[in-house]
Design a protein around this ligand. Structure first.
Ligand SMILES: C[S@@+](CC[C@H](N)C(=O)[O-])C[C@H]1O[C@@H](n2cnc3c(N)ncnc32)[C@H](O)[C@@H]1O
Ligand code: SF4
Ligand code: SF4
Length: 336
């Protein structure tokens, strides 16, 4: 049956720090309140109800909210009847051992490191994931984005990862975003199991001094050492290209071509194969909603340098549109 929907309505669940949500991607639109279920008793059951209702409404031609009408993720097609979860975002904590000047979590952490929230017990995810597995709600080829906060600071991270990696007859992909300050062997285990899995580390600098200025931690050399460790692990299973180093351009902080050149040189030296250019895009943090021409120019410069130096490159699709349209409003996506 053909109808308008999006892959998140059909198979998404995002465990964020403040609520569980179905509309789980940056899409430049206000999230529908019904899709933000706070962590209170029975939040998971409530979520299942809301989601089933949303799918039924889409089948009748009613999209969940006005924002969906201009959302680039809406598609009209024959959606699979199997609505088990395929896009799972695990980002239900904010604590971190670092304090990046651009962090999307700044409004929550106020820049404090290692801020353990006094979460209600409902935010402990392990029992929920166990339940989802028991009820066969997770698609065998599901993709998990694990962000946070810092995953090496999440107490239940090892239990969640081990549980997922030990499931029989499944091949789960993961996007594992870490600051790279602490090495975690479970990340390498995940890389071994599925080609879609990647470990992404934002270095954002080509020198120790600038790194320290951005991150408020003097751990540049530790991060490079851990990157090399992950690379070595990944080389052993032929997946070295799945270790990704990222650079987020922050206006007036690391927006010099020389720094970008130096970052590229360092990545080459330690043997990284894949790079990700990015810009600071959480307007509430550093960039008060206005796209800076220079970010766009430098973003294009970084892409050229990445290609001409023979690296593989990954980019966020929405970022390409931000740069093309010179606006952070990605609902004006040109769908060419
Ligand atoms: C909030 S972080 C958490 C994961 C991990 N602590 C890390 O820094 O990689 C998730 C991802 O968002 C990126 N990020 C954080 N704040 C951002 C911002 N203001 N603009 C663009 N990317 C941002 C980080 O580089 C990271 O890849
Ligand atoms: S706003 Fe976009 S991603 Fe969110 S539910 Fe609507 S179509 Fe899906
Ligand atoms: S390492 Fe990640 S979570 Fe921690 S401050 Fe930096 S961007 Fe935020």
């Amino acid at each position: 049956m053909s109808y308008k929907s999006c892959k998140y309505i059909q198979g998404g669940i995002a465990f964020r720090h403040d609520a569980v949500s179905l509309c789980n991607k940056l899409c430049g639109t206000k999230r529908y309140e019904k899709f933000n279920i706070p962590y209170k008793e029975n939040f998971y059951d409530k979520f299942i109800e809301v989601r089933e209702e949303a799918i039924e409404n889409c089948k009748k031609g009613i999209l969940p909210h006005d924002g969906c009408l201009s959302c680039p993720y809406v598609e009209e097609k024959d959606w699979d009847e199997d609505t088990r979860f395929r896009e799972i975002e695990i980002t239900h904590w904010v604590h971190c051992n670092c304090s990046c000047c651009y962090c999307a979590m700044l409004p929550e952490t106020k820049g404090k490191m290692t801020r353990f929230r006094t979460n209600s017990p409902f935010v402990v995810l392990l029992p929920v994931i166990k339940r989802m597995l028991k009820e066969d709600r997770i698609h065998p080829n599901a993709f998990f984005s694990v962000t946070g906060g810092e995953l090496t600071m999440l107490k239940e991270f090892p239990s969640i990862m081990k549980l997922l990696l030990n499931q029989k007859n499944t091949s789960y992909g993961f996007c594992l975003q870490t600051n790279g300050m602490k090495y975690e062997s479970l990340l390498s285990k995940a890389i071994e199991k599925d080609r879609r899995t990647s470990i992404v580390i934002s270095i954002d600098a080509g020198s120790r001094d600038l790194f320290k200025l951005i991150k408020k931690r003097d751990t540049y050399n530790d991060v490079l050492k851990n990157l090399k460790h992950y690379l070595k692990d990944a080389q052993n299973c032929g997946n070295a290209d799945r270790i990704v180093a990222k650079y987020i351009i922050v206006p007036n902080v690391n927006d010099k071509k020389e720094e970008i050149d130096s970052w590229i040189k360092t990545c080459k030296k330690i043997g990284i194969k894949t790079l990700q250019p990015s810009i600071e895009f959480c307007s509430q943090v550093v960039n008060p909603g206005t796209f800076k021409e220079k970010q766009g120019e430098l973003y294009e410069y970084m892409k050229e340098q990445i290609k001409s130096n023979g690296f593989d490159m990954i980019t966020y699709d929405f970022l390409e549109n931000i740069v093309k349209n010179r606006s952070f409003d990605i609902t004006i996506k040109s769908r060419d």
